[in-house]
Design a protein around this ligand. Structure first.
Ligand code: ADP
Ligand code: MG
Length: 221
C-alpha cells in the first residue's frame, strides 16, 4: 500500500545539520497494523510527516500503490491527504470551540460533502469510537482520552486507505491509553491499515508487526 525507499531527511540549523532520517526503507501492506517503536528524537515524527505528505524528504522516494507521490502538485497532495490519509497527533489539534461532531466533520467539509451526508458519516465515525453521545459537546470541554477518540473519528471519517498515528497515547494516562489502543485495534480489525509510531513498548503490543527505529534508521523488523 505505502512504501518508502531510502528516505533521508536532513534539517539544517545554521551551520548544524541534523540527520533525522538516515535511509529508511519500509513497506506497509493493506490491512496491517504496523507499530514503529523508538526513543524520543530517533525520527519517528519526521518519518510520519514524510509519509503524510506534510513535509518533503531530502532524498528517497515514497510510493503509494506503486506510484511515487512526491512529484505531485501541492493541490493534489492536499487532496490526497484529505481523501486517503487519516492523521492522529499526540496533541490532538482539535478546535476547542467547535463541537466534537463539527471537528469530525472538518475533513468532509474540505472534500465538499453535503451537509446531511456529512452528518451521517460523522455520526458513524463517532459511534466507532464510542463517542456518539458526546457529539454536541465542545471539544475543549472533553477529557484527554475523549479528545483522542474524537481525533480517531476525524481520521476515520473519510474512509482513508491508511491511518498514520503519531504517539496517539503520548499524553494519556494508562486507563485512557488502554481504551484508545483497544479502539485502534478494533478499527484495524474492520480492515483499516494503520501505521503508528510510539516510544512505548506496551502500546506496541497491539501491532500486527513491530519495527524498531534508532537514530534515523530501522534496526529491527
Ligand atoms: N523542524 C526541525 N528542525 C530541526 N531539527 C528537527 C526538526 N524536526 C525534528 N528535528 C530533529 O530531528 C530529530 C528527529 O526528530 P523527531 O522526528 O521529532 O523524533 P521523534 O518523533 O522520534 O521524537 C531530532 O534530533 C530533532 O531534534
Ligand atoms: Mg515525535
Amino acid at each position: 500500500m505505502i512504501k518508502c525507499v531510502d528516505l533521508k531527511k536532513v534539517y539544517s540549523e545554521g551551520n548544524n545539520q541534523v540527520i533525522a532520517l538516515n535511509g529508511i526503507s519500509l513497506s506497509v501492506e493493506k490491512g496491517e497494523f504496523v507499530v514503529i517503536r523508538g526513543k524520543s528524537g530517533c525520527g519517528k515524527s519526521t518519518l510520519l510527516n514524510m509519509l503524510g505528505l506534510i513535509d518533503k524528504p531530502t532524498s528517497g522516494d515514497i510510493l503509494f500503490e506503486e506510484n511515487s507521490i512526491l512529484s505531485i502538485s501541492e493541490k493534489e497532495k492536499a487532496r490526497f491527504r484529505n481523501k486517503r490519509i487519516g492523521y492522529i497527533f499526540q496533541s490532538f489539534y482539535l478546535d476547542p470551540a467547535y463541537s466534537a461532531m463539527q471537528n469530525v466533520e472538518i475533513p468532509l467539509v474540505i472534500s465538499g460533502i453535503q451537509r446531511d451526508v456529512r452528518r451521517q458519516m460523522a455520526e458513524e465515525a463517532l459511534k466507532a469510537v464510542g463517542m456518539d453521545s458526546r457529539g454536541r459537546t465542545p471539544a475543549g470541554a472533553l477529557s484527554g482520552g475523549e479528545k483522542q477518540r474524537i481525533c480517531i473519528a476525524r481520521a476515520l471519517v473519510n474512509n482513508p486507505d491508511i491511518i498514520l498515528a503519531d504517539e496517539p497515547c503520548g499524553s494519556l494516562d494508562s486507563q485512557n491509553t488502554k481504551q484508545v489502543m483497544e479502539i485502534l485495534s478494533k478499527i484495524h480489525e474492520t480492515g483499516v491499515t494503520i501505521l503508528m509510531v510510539t516510544h512505548s513498548e506496551e502500546d506496541a503490543r497491539y501491532a500486527s508487526r513491530r519495527i524498531l527505529m534508532e537514530d534515523g534508521r530501522i534496526t529491527e523488523g
